[in-house]
Ligand binder design. Structure first.
Ligand code: PA5
Ligand code: NI
Length: 181
């Protein structure tokens, strides 16, 4: 069993304190996600960090509410904005996102209809149980948000590889362009 954590005060600016694990996702970790495979392969030469996830030291266990701050660096791959891998919670568990800095969006997909929630500092995005979710940086500065989720939610990444996310988010003349796929 996971040892209990005490009540705590967590602060953040660029970092989260006290901090738990920090996860770094590079371009090479995003295989099979961008539509333009040639552009993705070309980007592997530099293999930039696409996003980082800093977590609080709260265990992923039933009854707990872990938090994490994701920072998605700006950029595009063949016109498609930098984004997270995306996942669905294997258990029916909701999640809350709060926009902290930069601009982006929360893409939701229940396997049937995709939904797009534009995110900016102060926006709360709600992910109901049963909806896969991915975050996208649609601006030219880092997009950062806080996530809070039930500790027993789990993460299924293969679901997104199998089912997609309903939309691709591309850079358009008048802002983000949602292209069905
Ligand atoms: O709990 C969440 O949904 C987020 O903290 C994500 O895990 C984070 O944004 C990284 O995305 P992903 O887990 O899809 O790589
Ligand atoms: Ni989640």
């Amino acid at each position: 069993a996971t040892p209990p954590v005490p009540p705590m005060r967590i602060t953040f600016d660029a970092r989260m304190e006290p901090s738990g694990p920090v996860l770094t996702r590079r371009m090479s970790d995003l295989r099979g996600l961008f539509a333009d495979t040639a552009a993705w392969e070309a980007a592997l030469a530099e293999d930039p960090v696409v996003y980082e996830v800093a977590s609080s030291p709260v265990p992923e266990a039933e009854g707990e509410l872990p938090q994490s701050i994701t920072t998605i660096h700006p950029g595009r791959v063949g016109g498609e904005f930098h984004m997270t891998k995306g996942h669905i919670h294997p258990r029916p568990r909701g999640e809350i996102y709060l926009g902290l800095s930069g601009v982006g969006g929360l893409l939701l997909f229940d396997g049937d209809k995709p939904q797009w929630i534009p995110m900016e500092p102060g926006t709360i995005g709600y992910i109901p149980p049963g909806w896969a979710h991915r975050s996208v940086n649609t601006g030219d500065e880092p997009y950062r948000f806080l996530a809070v989720y039930p500790g027993d939610a789990g993460h299924d990444y293969d679901w997104v590889l199998r089912n997609g996310m309903g939309y691709r988010v591309l850079s358009g003349a008048d802002g983000p362009l949602l292209r069905p796929f």
